[in-house]
Design a protein around this ligand. Structure first.
Ligand code: NAP
Length: 257
């Protein structure tokens, strides 16, 4: 997606993957300065710990406690979280209004934090259900303390899923359930029409959750949309150029199945 965007705009950048162990992360970040790399995306499991290795961290990324994008400006490393903004941009693009909306977030990991902060900033009423309930409770507390959000936490039990699904207008899956498998975080019988189901998992493109939601007549959004937007926002931070979002999206849709 990034390389296609660089080629399209004739920009002299190259996006390459590096596999970095936890032990080598500090060296990798130091190396970024030494090699004069313009930027990095950071993913599982480094998004939280990398915060401590940067010169400055954007306010939102600091609150979320996770950085997925680093910009190197003459040796000064700045951290951002483009997952949160990328997620919101997909909703804005589809004219989905968030203030006052009752939303169930399944999951309380790194991506859930970004999604929850973005939704709380836009005054959603949030329920969080996670396998480890203490993580859901900690996230709900953080949203309440830092954003005065309307947020509650429950454990991942069928009765909680049933009750929550019946009372919300939107469900967001932020767990990795369904990534590369046909598993789903919520039984299909709790899905219905008049529900917006957003699965941030992007591999496969149409997860089992999205397939079942569609069969029920629910509106759906797939994770590739967020993937494209978080990438587009990072692209703009690195290059200073407007990202060719549609081209980036098409690249993802052509690569993933
Ligand atoms: P993470 O921090 O490791 O969190 C994983 C979450 O999934 C936790 O809530 C975990 O629950 C839950 N989980 C994992 N396996 C489970 C299982 N078998 N049963 C129940 N719950 C389970 O990972 P992450 O960074 O948040 O990423 C989560 C997913 O989002 C990944 O698939 C990733 O690819 C996707 N993602 C997509 C985008 C995008 O742009 N579309 C951006 C970021 C992430 P516990 O807390 O109980 O362990």
């Amino acid at each position: 997606m990034h390389n296609t965007a660089y080629e399209t705009l004739h920009l002299d950048y190259l996006y390459v993957p590096f596999r970095v162990t936890k032990e080598q992360l500090p060296n990798a970040i130091r190396g970024m300065r030494a090699l004069n790399m313009r930027g990095l995306n950071v993913t599982i499991p480094h998004k939280a710990v990398v915060l401590t290795m940067l010169d400055q961290v954007d306010e939102r990324a600091g609150k979320i406690g996770a950085v997925n994008t680093i910009v190197n400006t003459n040796g000064i490393l700045s951290g951002f979280n483009t997952d949160a903004e990328g997620f919101m941009r997909t909703l804005v693009e589809k004219d989905i209004r968030i203030p006052g909306k009752r939303i169930l977030i399944i999951g309380a990991g790194g991506a859930a934090k970004a999604v929850a902060f973005a939704l709380a900033e836009h005054k959603a009423r949030i329920m969080i259900i996670n396998r480890s309930q203490e993580k859901a409770a900690a996230l709900a507390k953080q949203l309440k303390d830092q954003l005065q959000a309307d947020a509650a936490a429950y454990s991942l039990e069928e009765s909680n899923l049933r009750e929550a699904a019946a009372s919300v207008e939107m469900i967001v899956n932020t767990t990795s359930i369904g990534m590369g498998t046909a598993d789903t975080p919520i039984p299909a019988r709790y899905l219905r029409k008049n529900l917006l189901v957003y699965d941030i998992v992007y591999n496969p493109l149409r997860t089992q959750l999205l397939r079942e939601a569609e069969l029920k007549g629910a509106m759906t959004i797939c994770g590739a949309e967020m993937l494209a937007w978080q990438g587009a926002i990072a692209f703009e931070k690195w290059t200073g150029c407007k990202a060719p979002v549609e081209i980036m999206k098409n690249t993802i849709y052509n690569k993933l199945t």
